[in-house]
Design a protein around this ligand. Structure first.
Ligand SMILES: Cc1cc2nc3c(=O)[nH]c(=O)nc-3n(C[C@H](O)[C@H](O)[C@H](O)COP(=O)(O)O)c2cc1C
Length: 204
């Protein structure tokens, strides 16, 4: 099958990408508005960028009316956010946060998600997240226009909270204890419970 992306509707293009670019990690992004209202939402167009300086990104697409998501509006207002990783145990709560709530209504309160204070930024941490990255805004890059247009948010990681319970005896993260989930196409997800080790080729 050959797909000519230059003649594809935005919806079909998005679906082909979401169905094939898998598995995707999930950034559960916590933000705060200029008025101090908290917000929490998942984004799977997400990844790390570089350690120099420590940087991550996620992409939020505008709704059909071209209205930016609350997450982006808040980050543009306050220049800060927290990316929480999603453990298997919190999958339901993460998914609930994709619901459309009125601007200013907190998903932490609406879905009973425990929060705790960050150290360098104002948005909350998800208290039970195994890892949470405190970020300051590096840049928002716009791609496209109107409905479906993306705001690609780049953040500088200024601090991370890593639960001691996910560390192995060597002090590094044990993937079995981290136990995160990822996104496949549609309503499908994957867990990291099925893993294997692949030795890296020798480097000269
Ligand atoms: C697992 C998962 C991954 C998602 N990934 C994205 C994404 O990468 N980009 C996006 O724009 N929306 C994504 N969404 C939808 C947003 O979470 C949803 O639009 C949410 O209501 C946005 O919240 P906000 O308006 O409070 O920012 C995803 C939803 C789920 C459940």
């Amino acid at each position: 099958m050959f797909i000519d992306f230059t003649n594809l509707s935005p919806r079909d293009a998005y679906n082909w990408m979401a169905d094939t670019i898998t598995p995707r990690p999930i950034a559960w992004v916590s933000t705060i508005s200029a008025e101090g209202k908290h917000n929490l939402a998942p984004f799977s167009f997400f990844n790390g960028i570089t350690g120099s300086p420590p940087t991550l990104m996620f992409s939020a697409v505008a709704n059909r009316g071209g209205i930016k998501k609350d997450t982006v509006r808040n980050i543009e207002e306050t220049k800060e956010f927290v990316v929480n990783l999603v453990p298997y145990a919190l999958t339901e709560q993460m998914n609930a946060c994709a619901a459309l709530l009125p601007h200013g209504e907190s998903e932490f309160d609406a879905f009973g998600i425990a929060s705790s204070a960050a150290t360098r930024v104002k948005p909350f941490l998800v208290a039970e997240a195994p890892v949470a990255f405190e970020c300051t805004l590096h840049a928002v890059v716009s791609v496209g226009e109107g409905g479906g247009a993306a705001s690609v948010v780049f953040g500088t990681i200024v601090a991370a909270h890593v639960k001691d319970a996910i560390l192995g005896a060597d002090g590094r993260v044990d993937p079995a204890l981290l136990d995160t989930v990822g996104r496949l196409g549609g309503e499908n997800y994957v867990s990291t419970r099925d893993r294997f080790v692949l030795k890296r080729p020798d480097r000269k």
